[in-house]
Design a protein around this ligand. Sequence first.
Ligand code: UT7
Length: 352
Amino acid sequence: MSGITIIGTGHHVPGAPVTNDALARVMETSDEWIQSRTGIQQRHFAQDGEGASDLGAEAAKNALDDAGVEASEVDYIIFATMTPDYFFPGSGPLLGAKLGISGVPALDIRQQCAAMPYAFQLADALVQSGAAETILLVGAEVHAGFMPWTDWDVVRSESEREITPEAYQRATKHRGLAIIFGDGAAAMVLRKSASPDGGFIGAELHSDGDSFDHLFVSGCGFRNIPYVSSEALLADEHIPQMRGPSLLKKAVKTLSRTVKSLCETHGIARDDIDCFIAHQANDRINQAVRNALRIPPEKIPSNIARYGNTSAATIGILTDELRHDGTIREGDLLCFLALGAGLNWGVALLRL
Ligand code: UT7
């Protein structure tokens, strides 16, 4: 039985790139450290007032054009973000309005960097059940709002002024987190594959709330009354806390194990997979997964150098680039893999 497949893709990143050297003006870090520890060379940041639904709408228009599908043909929106425009409502309805298709059901999902394997399973189930035919899947993030600096003119290279020692110290305290994230959006148009054994094959998904404190925002949430306070903001509790090294080890272990397990479930040899489209949190994670699974380097492409970690947008941006540069083509067997806050992680197999 055929599953959902990708019939169009698009992406959008905001503004000019921000280099590692630009970040080194506001915190103690260096281009050498960031590149050697993560593979990142630059990232993009949205402007104040620009939300995930704005970036998502641009990516969605590109994906619809690419698919040759009118917005009015979309009958379901899945919007993946951990940085919505508003605490509530979700960004999905806002995106629908921006595309002129208010009324279409719009579901926000909260799987953070692991969103895409979850979204493929969900989209396939919606189509198989008859609830939807043409799904617009969007992953979009604006992390700029939790960056640990206020000196945006310096970060954006609009000014060469010195920042205060207090501001420098504050940003340095959060440098492990601040250097890896960037903003962006990606969209995919999904429909049932026309080929009898094409499209979504299966996914293996996991969550582990025992490890939620590996990456979370402690200060804003409805377990607090009020859910956000000036004390929390002054203590920088709106900035995510991340246990980077432990997360890195967990990502390598769980993703390698889950790829093996899903391939076994479906009787697929890893050599038969044409491309592993992995979340881009840190090149070292993907290199270690590559070594553990003996994947040839050309089968696990990377674009982290240009965007950093764009959370829910990452896999979509990479998929869009790979479709358009001809790396992946119709008929290819793709393996998507990602881990993010929650913790959530998952792997999905899809024949394009
Ligand atoms: O997508 C969501 C999931 N997120 C992830 O998967 C993130 C996974 N983790 C990582 O990518 C890495 O752990 C980081 C990039 C966050 C950090 O790299 P690391 O190699 O694990 O560094 P570390 O945290 O073990 O720190 C090593 C040293 C420390 O200094 P000391 O204590 O050895 O003197 C840090 O203070 O590097 C220092 N450091 C930095 N130095 C310069 C941490 N961040 C920076 C920085 N620039 N930006």
